[in-house]
Design a protein around this ligand. Structure first.
Ligand SMILES: Cc1ncc(COP(=O)(O)O)c(C=O)c1O
Length: 939
């Protein structure tokens, strides 16, 4: 006997179970099933990724990559700082599957733990920035500032001009300027410290502190901006705000930045949680998710996502942003870091950092360029010589041209470092007075009791455990969310991400120090090109939404470079994911919707009509394959040909690549560009709402338009039309989590990847077949088969009994399941994607739960009970509710809590709250932690 291969560990069903399920679906082998399900004309030949590595071999190879990186102590700054991840957070959040395998908290009853953690993040950002409304994270600082400019443009329709402070980090200006120009805004990059001139201003982004570390009094500038009708956004640093006056107190409308230095490693650029906070007036324009407080059916405070009508999944092309996956896990880390250290501890860290910077500046003397600084000291010097000497001494510092170097002190800096760094400049450091700050903080920080509630490690452990236990993540149950591919995240892939040789590398370290990182990332890009059939891939986009934007910009710029500026219409099917339309808007493309035929495929007649009507203006089409209806449409080649025939480009959303890997390649069957979601198909965990990696893959003719390095562009001018633009502040985006996807591909190999896709299709068809008598399957493709997911239609049952898809989703919680995707892409339905990682027993458990729920619905249909009295209407049930002395329901406690006997055998999950009143929360909007009294059970 040989030990099991990794693919046998990853793929749930063994050969016996596979055979049984194939029997139920009616095919002798997986190959026969795939032949029957997937159109012949898109099938591909075998991939050439080669044989799989064992887990040990994969780790050995990852170690050899890690060793090729040279890790210097980072004093580089520029938005990424040396920080210390408290081990209690590293082990019990970053490395804990209870946290990292959770999904975005769309189902709030089973997400109270991570919603609370994200609310802590928002409360922290609100308190530190002095602004009342914060979101639950954005992707990185550069894109967050771009979002701030988007917000200003939407709010302030009178003008067209935006000014970016010259003192912002260069990568921030590069990303923001190009995004703003794409939207048709006039961008000026100027020194705004002494005021703002000119008319038709929509707003200004000010740096506080600046990229060279300098702090200027921005109050005059803010007044100027307001007097000219503009909005003032401040790009800031949360650690500096321990000591500096809050942007809100200074009059800012928006504050943005990165929370990376709150305990999140450098990760060679990401993932890190960016933040945005705004005034109350701007709350409906805020980008990204916001956690809010509402109440459950028993009137208790309960958390859920708030003001969702701003977001892409509802508002589509009129959304405030295209953000879907953000950086939830990293936001949780940052919030826990603040709780761990508390206000006094954080202030002490900030004071130490400032003290060391002051001592260093004092030693270096009159060569210091800026009088006022927090942690970053810029020095006039022979930069190449100093950088070389620093490298020799083990330090990474930043050169600003040939005659200036900046040194940024982070949490890990020691007095010895101060002394050694001073010596590089021929100076001797001694303890001195801390440099007075120009705008010292007058307002208190982190006053909410949560930030003073944890003193010991025991308390922290228990708090993290308590929150985690409130939630359902993949480590407890399958998460059958259609379109989300919640598959196993390999532990072997998770291990290396916190190795210091990967985690502690600054994104702007010179290439000579990052050979290992770049080899791994380049290999990953090559593998993805092979899998998708495209010429080249960039892993820079840090979520699917960003990959979409990068891909659409590639299409737009390609047409413009060919002189076809009029091509600005993108055709999108009715059923498309909301990010598609929202990304199109950001790429300044107009959306034309193509209808769905009765069988769920693209209506070819309508497509022809739209292509004919807009032929001259067609930039392209954006389709998802297999479609968001869960089927392999056999007209996909024809659709691509039709669009190409009118001169358009084909964007194939690769979010559903889990049905295609090793089976068909979008770059071969008609796509010009795709994005992939490594946090779906390639096993990066979803983190409760991010991180993600959304690589963009393009055909040969679009290669010049791939994302460029934000630090290598001349942002003072519009980027030439024949090249791409940066989509993230770091060259490789969220590089830090790519080793997970690398390990997955390496350990699956060609055979494993093909078998995974085929098993994903088998599992979905098995569920569809077994449940179709209970709930009709909305769409099927060739041979009555679905792809890797299927849609159960509850509209008929709702009409007859009043039981909605939402009721079924909530009732599934009582059976210990995370609900499937609710009402996407069709209202009133549930979309189920089991993935290949679920074994037959888990699928059967789900089938049993769904059949049992169907029987509960039948009782209503038969008139045995009314809908209002039914268990479905009142689900889910907390442990407390079913053990209450009073029980006024028409069904038994046992039916409520233990509707199937199998629940009595394992550890039963009880949600911590009853059904949440979502609308109440928006009517009484609150998005910071409620005070402890709000939870007082005696009220
Ligand atoms: C079909 C489809 N496209 C795009 C996206 C956006 O990806 P992300 O959430 O990484 O931004 C999703 C995410 O759920 C999706 O399902």
């Amino acid at each position: 006997m040989t030990p099991a291969s990794y693919s046998d560990r990853h793929i749930g069903p063994d050969s016996k179970e596979t055979a049984e399920m194939l029997g139920s679906v009616g095919y002798p082998t997986l190959a026969a099933l795939i032949d029957a399900a997937v159109p012949e004309d898109i099938r591909t030949t075998t991939l050439t990724l080669g044989p799989a590595l064992t887990e040990e071999e994969a780790l050995r190879k990852l170690r050899s990559y890690a060793k090729q990186n040279v890790v210097l102590q980072s004093f580089y700054g520029q938005g990424y700082f040396d920080t210390i991840t408290p081990p209690v957070i590293r082990r019990n959040v970053v490395e804990d599957p209870g946290w990292y395998t959770a999904y975005t908290p769309y189902q709030p009853e089973i997400s109270q733990g991570r919603l609370e953690a994200l609310l802590n993040f928002q409360t922290m950002v609100q308190e530190l920035t002095g602004l009342p409304i914060a979101n639950a994270s954005l992707l990185d600082e550069a894109t967050a500032v771009a979002e701030a400019v988007g917000l200003m443009a939407r709010t302030n329709k009178k003008g067209n001009r935006v000014i970016l402070d010259r003192r912002l980090h260069p990568q921030v200006v590069a990303v923001t300027a190009e995004r703003a120009r794409t939207l048709g805004l006039e961008v000026e990059i100027a020194d705004v410290s002494s005021g703002v001139v000119g008319e038709s201003l929509i707003g200004v982004v000010l740096a506080y502190p600046g990229t060279e570390g300098d702090i200027v009094d921005i109050r005059g500038a803010i007044e100027d901006i307001h007097s000219r009708g503009g909005l003032a956004a401040i790009a800031t640093d949360l650690l500096a705000l321990q000591l500096l006056e809050s942007p809100g107190t200074l009059g800012a409308d928006i504050a943005v930045g990165s929370s990376q230095r709150f305990g999140v490693p450098l990760f060679f650029g990401g993932p890190h949680a960016a933040f945005m906070a705004v005034t109350d007036k701007l709350k409906r324009q805020l980008a990204g998710r916001i956690v809010g407080v509402s109440k459950d059916a028993e009137g208790r405070p309960a958390y859920r996502l708030a003001l969702q009508t701003r977001e892409q999944h509802i508002r589509r092309e009129r959304a405030t942003s295209n953000i879907c996956t953000a950086q939830a896990l990293l936001a949780v880390c940052a919030a826990m870091y603040a709780i761990w250290h508390g206000p006094a501890g954080l202030r002490a860290i900030a004071e130490r950092v400032h003290q060391y910077a002051s001592d260093f500046a004092q030693a270096v003397g009159d060569k210091v360029v800026h009088e006022n600084f927090f942690d970053t000291v810029t020095v006039e010097c022979d930069a190449p010589a100093i950088v070389a000497a620093a490298t020799e001494a083990g330090y990474l510092v930043r050169s600003l041209g040939d005659s200036k170097v900046s040194v940024s002190f982070g949490e890990g800096a020691t007095r010895e470092d101060v002394e050694k760094l001073a010596q590089l400049f021929g100076a001797t450091a001694t303890e001195s007075e801390a440099r007075p700050l120009p705008l010292p903080r007058t307002t208190e920080t982190l006053t909410h009791p949560i930030f003073s509630s944890v003193h010991s490690e025991t308390q922290m452990l228990r708090y993290l455990r308590e929150l985690k236990d409130k939630d359902l993540a993949l480590d407890r149950t399958m998460i059958p969310l259609g379109s989300c591919t919640m598959k196993l995240n390999p532990t072997t892939g998770m291990e290396p991400i916190t190795w210091p040789e990967f985690a502690n590398v600054h994104p702007y370290a010179p290439d000579s120090q990052t050979a290992g990182w770049r080899a791994l990332l380049n290999e990953m890009e090559e593998w993805l090109a092979e899998i998708t059939g495209y010429a080249k891939v960039s892993v820079q986009p840090n979520a699917g939404s960003q990959g979409e934007l990068a891909g659409l910009l590639a299409i737009r710029r390609y047409h413009q470079a060919n002189g076809e500026h009029q091509r600005d219409i993108i055709v999108i099917p009715q059923s498309a994911h909301g990010t598609n339309a929202a990304s199109a808007t950001l790429a300044k493309l107009r959306v034309v919707v193509v209808a769905t035929a009765p069988d769920g495929s693209i209506d070819l007649g309508d497509l022809d009509a739209k292509l004919e009507k807009h032929a001259e203006n067609i930039a392209g089409i954006m389709i998802t394959y297999p479609s968001t209806h869960g089927v392999f449409e056999d007209t996909v080649r024809e659709v691509c040909q039709k669009v190409h025939a009118v001169g358009g480009q084909v964007y194939i959303d690769g979010a559903n690549l889990n049905a295609l890997t090793g089976i068909a390649r979008p770059g071969e069957f008609g796509g010009d560009v795709s994005h992939l979601n490594l946090h779906k198909t390639f096993s990066i965990p979803h983190g409760g709402g991010g991180p993600g990696v959304g690589p963009v893959a393009v055909a040969e003719h679009l290669v010049p338009f791939l994302p460029t390095d934000a630090n290598a562009v001349d942002f003072t001018k519009e980027t030439p039309i024949n090249i791409g633009v940066p989509t993230s502040g770091a060259r490789y985006g969220s590089a830090g989590v790519v080793p997970i996807a690398w390990a997955y591909i390496a350990m699956m190999g060609t055979e494993g990847l093909e078998r995974a896709s085929a098993t994903a299709v088998l599992n979905a068809n098995y569920l569809a077949r077994e449940l179709s008598d209970s709930f009709p399957v909305l769409y099927t493709g060739k041979n009555d088969l679905v792809g890797h997911e299927c849609i159960f239609d509850l509209r008929g049952l709702e009409h007859d009994t009043g039981v909605s898809a939402t009721d079924v989703a909530k009732r599934l919680v009582d059976y210990g399941f995370h609900a499937p995707t609710l009402s996407f892409p069709v209202a009133g339905t549930l979309m189920v994607e089991p993935t290949e990682s679920e074994d037959k027993a888990e699928l059967d458990r789900f089938i049993a739960a769904m059949r049992s729920i169907r029987a509960e619905i039948e009782e209503i249909a038969q008139g045995s009970i009314t809908f209002e009295e039914s268990v479905l209407h009142h689900a889910p049930f907390t442990a407390e509710s079913v053990s209450d002395d009073e029980w006024g329901y028409a069904f038994s406690r046992r039916q409520a809590a233990y509707p199937v006997t199998s629940l009595r055998q394992g550890v039963k999950y009880f949600p911590p709250v009853r059904r949440i009143d979502e609308a109440f929360g928006d009517r009484h909007f609150a998005c910071s932690c409620p005070p402890p009294e709000a939870f007082n059970i005696e009220d």
